[in-house]
Design a protein around this ligand. Structure first.
Ligand code: ADP
Length: 614
């Protein structure tokens, strides 16, 4: 090899950081490197198989699609070779020298924050090709692209600062990775150790794996077997292989059906949600097969988007093999299939949640956004998904959750609404004046504290025929309840309401006395067609120039001492009465989270304090 062909490159900064972590911090689970490399090899051959359908001119077209692994205990090397698409010079630089993956930064961040449970981190992110440097002090990647004009090349690196690329004219299509093992990692050049790893992690790879000439894996369609013939270990290994995951599946659904469509499905629900770590949006991960032949590993539009966290395999003998990935969504058969599977998955959650509520609660905490997304976007299933939602309420202990079904079973005879309130936290909601009347009447109020909840509830509209009703909205009718304490007379109340409306003018749409309040003097209600505080907050977050005039309806408490005194002061001290009226409005807006500009509030408060002391 002539000196002239040698090209030197340095790694991108992110790769260096990643390598530093891989080499110096990831001591546990080093053995996963083999699985990562085999999985890359299998992906690459999967791509080649697809290309073969459309491209005629493929380099070394006659090579069999298999993975060849060779150990050399004496030379302390391990070699993994595939016949996949390979890489061109540009692709070598692009794929193995830079990180296009936006999630890598999140990975590095999460690694730092976890402060040292890297095993778990690998489970959530995977470190792919670079995991080779956990066990090797030198990695050589020989490759030739499937493109006829591709050159034979070898990429070499010690995993520190950079890599070289040289010509390797002998190399045929695909990738051959030669690991020169670190002194203390020589176990991976022993045939028995490597065999055990392949059996553990890569048994379900869809291509033959040959270790030192002997076929190792079974390439088995587990989903076609009957439940009683599959062990827990096989299920777990299959999940980890198909989902490229390291966690234990939280739930599993293995079933077959003949009507309305032939289905063999093996579905897994992960126990970790990578989107929570700021990773990019997941791609659909329930692969579609027809009689064991892979049609699409990531079919878009098969399952509703919110179910993108679901992993596994669906095999339907009714789906024609030649269905194109592009037109799949237009197929009535595929839609039917997706609809049947979604319903089964939702039913499975319902059953599991009943069987073990605590497990479900833990799971739900990590995955709740998906369910909420489902309620808001999956029209056909929203009522069923709504049963899976969990929340705290005025009748649950802190940290304990309920479902809408529980709420309905506890609700009062004849109660035709489900009451809720949305706000930033349980504490803030508990101290809100809106709750008073509901507490006094023993009516349960659901607490929603997530930014998306309002939108979700709006999409849902009702549950089990009961209208979902925000208690901060005007127009919530409550039954009379025995109210304690002296009240202003009806005519006094009317006169006071008229006075307040007059003083506050356009800022309020109406002032009335009401039965909601127990301990607070006044409350601001959002008109039924008005924008709620959460919507306003969202609009303001999106547009800093967003302005709208807040108009609320006021409800006063004619039993409250302040209100009674205000009624009297109207005549005896009109100046102070006017100030108090405006201050009451501001106070009610603060409680509702609707006060935008507090400058007037503060100067008025100062005037009032001066008068109180003076
Ligand atoms: P990921 O597989 O998650 O994309 P990796 O770090 O494992 O990340 O690999 C980076 C890229 O290198 C892959 O996306 C692929 O383009 C390329 N690559 C890795 N291994 C192979 C292989 N055996 N054959 C062809 N390309 C490969």
């Amino acid at each position: 090899m002539s000196e002239a062909t040698l090209e030197k490159h340095v790694f991108q900064a992110e790769i260096k950081q990643l390598l530093d972590l891989v080499v110096h911090s990831l001591y546990t689970d080093r053995e996963i490197f083999l699985r990562e490399l085999i999985s890359n090899a299998s992906d690459s051959m999967e791509k080649l198989r697809h290309l073969s359908g459309v491209e005629k001119d493929i380099q070394d077209g006659e090579l069999p699609l298999e993975i060849t692994i060779t150990t050399d205990a004496e030379g302390k090397t391990l070699t993994i070779e595939d016949r996949g698409i390979g890489m061109t010079r540009e692709e070598l630089v692009e794929n193995l020298g830079t990180i296009a993956h936006s999630g890598t930064k999140s990975f590095l961040q999460a690694m730092k924050e976890s402060g040292g449970s890297p095993g778990n981190m690998i489970g959530q992110f995977g470190v792919g090709f670079y995991s080779a440097f956990m066990v090797a002090d030198e990695v050589k990647v020989y490759t030739r692209s499937w493109r006829k004009d591709g050159e034979g090349l070898v990429w070499t690196s010690d995993g520190a600062t950079g890599y070289t690329i040289e010509d390797a004219p002998e190399q045929t299509r695909g990738v051959k990775i030669v690991l020169h093992l670190k002194e203390d990692q020589s176990e991976y050049s022993e045939e028995s150790r490597v065999k055990h790893l392949i059996e553990t992690y890569s048994n379900f790879v869809g291509f033959p794996i040959l270790l030192d000439g002997e076929r190792i894996n079974q390439v088995e369609a587990l989903w076609l077997k009957s439940k009683s013939d599959v062990t827990e270990e096989e299920y777990k290994a299959f999940y980890q292989f198909t989902a490229k995951a390291y966690d234990e599946p939280a739930y599993r659904l293995h079933f077959s059906a003949d009507a309305p469509i032939a289905i063999n499905a093996l579905i897994f629900i992960p126990s970790e949600n990578s989107e929570r770590w700021g990773m990019s949006k997941m791609e659909p991960a329930v692969a579609l097969y027809s009689r064991k032949v892979l049609i699409d590993p990531s079919p878009k539009g098969l399952l509703p988007d919110w179910l993108r966290f679901v992993k596994g395999v669906i095999d339907s003998a009714d789906i024609p093999l030649n269905i194109s990935r592009e037109t799949m969504q237009d197929s009535a058969l595929v839609r039917k299939l997706g609809s049947v599977i979604s319903k089964r998955v939702i039913k499975m959650f319902e059953k599991e949640a009943t069987a073990d509520p605590e497990k479900y609660q833990d799971f739900y905490k990590k995955f709740e956004r998906f369910f909420k997304e489902g309620v808001a976007t999956d029209y056909a299933n929203k009522d069923a998904i709504a049963k899976l939602l969990r929340f705290e309420s005025s009748m649950t202990e802190e940290g304990k959750v309920s479902s809408f079904t529980d709420y309905v079973s506890r609700s009062k005879d004849g109660q035709d609404k489900i009451y809720y309130i949305v706000g930033p936290s349980r504490e803030q909601l508990e101290s809100s004046p809106y709750l008073e009347a509901f507490k006094a009447r023993g009516l349960e109020v659901v607490y929603f504290t997530d930014a998306v909840d309002e939108y979700v509830l709006d999409s849902l509209g009702e549950f089990d025929g009961k209208k979902l009703t925000s208690i901060s909205n005007a127009g919530v009718e409550l039954e009379d309840s025995a109210t304690e304490g002296d009240s202003l007379s009806e005519s006094e109340t009317e006169a006071l309401c008229a006075f307040l409306k007059e003083e506050l003018g356009d800022k309020v749409t109406a002032v009335a006395s009401g039965k909601r309040l127990v301990d607070s003097p006044i409350i601001a209600l959002v008109p039924q067609d008005g924008m709620t505080p959460q919507m306003r907050r969202m609009m303001k977050a999106m547009d800093e120039n967003f302005k709208d005039e807040v108009k609320v309806e006021l409800e006063i408490n004619p039993r409250h001492p302040l209100i009674k005194k205000l009624a009297a002061a109207r005549e005896s001290n009109p100046e102070v009465a006017g100030l108090v009226a405006r201050q009451l409005l501001d106070n009610s807006l603060i409680a509702a989270g609707l006060l935008d500009d507090a400058r007037d509030t503060i100067s008025r408060m100062n005037t009032l304090m001066e008068k109180a002391i003076g």
